[in-house]
Design a protein around this ligand. Structure first.
Ligand SMILES: NC(=O)c1ccc[n+]([C@@H]2O[C@H](COP(=O)([O-])OP(=O)(O)OC[C@H]3O[C@@H](n4cnc5c(N)ncnc54)[C@H](O)[C@@H]3O)[C@@H](O)[C@H]2O)c1
Length: 444
């Protein structure tokens, strides 16, 4: 098939390369000239495991090309995938201006029967609105609109895209259904997990999934708070829950709150959609409130332990990306924590295996903000070490070396990955999230 993917971010680039890998002819279009230039040189602008060889292989085979000319890319193709950003507006609703702009361009340039697909996460009714735009811009052209939400997760995006748990296709147009089935069948060969439904249901499905996952995280963070208050250990509670197959083990980890480019904005957007329709999503409003509190919790623990004024104190932070295996720092809890501690007067010593560049674009290196290439260098002379993102290399560090390097010896484990008894034996104080009654007693 001849495919155009508009937007070469985490979703568009993975989707474009993935479609090309199955032999399709893919043109990726992005308005960002710098990104397109880099991609043409085989240089991947984002960190995503496995993406570079996938892109390079398909570009070398001539099946994957890049352009800044969205109109030309959308002309004479079987399907156009819209994978541009849908960031939150100030009121929490999704800003769809990039989607509308692409729809207009596609309307002007498409030829022949073209399937226009939303891959971006878009509020219910967007497919209908795109149809309206296309009819207005090009009343004589033949289009079908499909809602095809993407469920990949950053850090494992290539695997998720190539072997999707399911593919959701929302449309009532039979020709579009057939085309989408033809395109996706190679991806779901083992188990026929292709779910065809109406566009509105497909649009809601995406938000419902992210809202559910965010709910599990906030639920566990709330349980962690309770455990800390009553002297229970949320790690034990989690295991007791996870073995129940009605509950399952995933997304039950308490931590520093959810972040990233999806959960925060999607929870806000679905709340906003409900409001626009006169409804009220009470659970999700609470999910958001719990998350906001959780994002500052670690910083509060540091202030409780080191004092409210941190002038002259030095705090190392390990893990800046919103989760491991990505360089994405959008809505990252580490940013909230860093800002609170910096405001309190602390000198920050920051480390992340890949997100240094993206994080420093928002929080530039300065007098009291220092970045390090080496995680041990980051703790040198620090009074506290705050673990925010659980990259693998942080899981079993050399604590004796860390102890020797630090000035004071306070550990704040935002992901409960360290053994409190072991690190205390070495001479640290330890605070986790909702675990270890001994630490809770000291901290609260
Ligand atoms: N990142 C994820 O893990 C993920 C997962 C599932 C769904 N989504 C959804 O997919 C969408 C894209 O997310 P992302 O993380 O890939 O975003 P992103 O910000 O990484 O990429 C969006 C790209 O679109 C380009 N763009 C903006 N306007 C354009 C236009 N008019 N024409 C051409 N290109 C344009 C930007 O330059 C950018 O490169 C969002 O709706 C998001 O919610 C994201």
């Amino acid at each position: 098939m001849r495919i155009c993917v508009v937007g070469t971010g985490y979703v568009g680039l993975v989707a474009g390369a993935g479609f090309a890998d199955f032999g399709n002819d893919v043109m990726c279009a992005d308005v960002d000239q710098g990104k397109v230039d880099r991609l043409r040189r085989g240089d991947i602008p984002i960190y995503e495991p496995g993406l570079q060889p996938l892109v390079q292989r398909n570009a070398a085979a001539g099946r994957l090309r890049f352009t800044t000319d969205v109109g030309q890319a959308a002309a004479d193709v079987d399907a156009v995938f819209i994978a541009v950003g849908t960031p939150p507006k100030a009121d929490g609703s999704a800003d769809l201006s990039q989607v509308w702009s692409v729809a207009r361009t596609v309307g002007q340039h498409a030829s022949g029967f073209t399937v226009v697909v939303t891959k971006s996460t878009v509020p219910v009714g967007t497919a209908d609105n795109i149809r309206g735009i296309l009819q207005e811009v090009a009343p004589d052209k033949d289009f079908a609109v499909v809602a095809n939400p993407e469920f990949l997760k950053e850090g494992d995006a290539v695997n998720d895209f190539m072997k999707p748990a399911r593919v959701v296709i929302g449309t009532d147009d039979e020709r579009a259904r057939q085309r989408m089935r033809y395109l996706y069948e190679p991806f779901v060969r083992t188990l026929d997990r292709l779910l065809v439904m109406d566009a509105r249901s497909a649009e809601v499905t995406k938000y419902a999934c992210n809202a559910m996952l965010a709910t599990r995280i906030s639920f566990m963070n709330e349980m962690a708070g309770l455990c800390a208050q009553v002297g229970a250990d949320v790690q034990q509670v989690r295991l007791g829950m996870a073995w129940d197959d009605r509950i399952g083990s995933r997304f039950l980890f308490p931590g520093a709150g959810y972040g990233g480019s999806c959960f925060p904005k999607d929870v806000k957007a679905i709340i906003s959609t409900a409001r626009e329709h006169g409804g009220h999503l009470q659970i999700l409003e609470a999910v958001e409130e719990v998350n906001e509190a959780q994002k500052v919790l670690l910083a509060q623990r540091v202030l409780q332990r080191l004092g409210q004024r941190l002038h002259g104190k030095s705090v190392a932070i390990w893990g800046l990306a919103f989760k491991p295996q990505t360089d994405d720092v959008r809505e990252a809890p580490a940013m909230t924590i860093a800002r609170v501690l910096h405001q309190a007067g602390a000198t920050l010593r920051l480390h992340d295996p890949v997100a240094r560049e993206t994080f420093s674009a928002e929080l530039p290196a300065a007098d009291r903000v220092q970045y390090f290439d080496d995680n041990y260098e980051a703790v040198s002379g620090a009074d506290a070490l705050v673990l925010v993102t659980e990259w693998r290399a942080y899981r079993r560090p050399d604590f004796r070396r860390i102890h020797d390097l630090m000035r004071e010896h306070h550990l704040f484990d935002g992901r409960n990955i360290w053994d409190p008894a072991y690190v205390r034996e070495i001479g640290f104080t330890y605070v986790g999230i909702g675990r270890d009654p001994e630490a809770s007693e000291k901290a609260f």
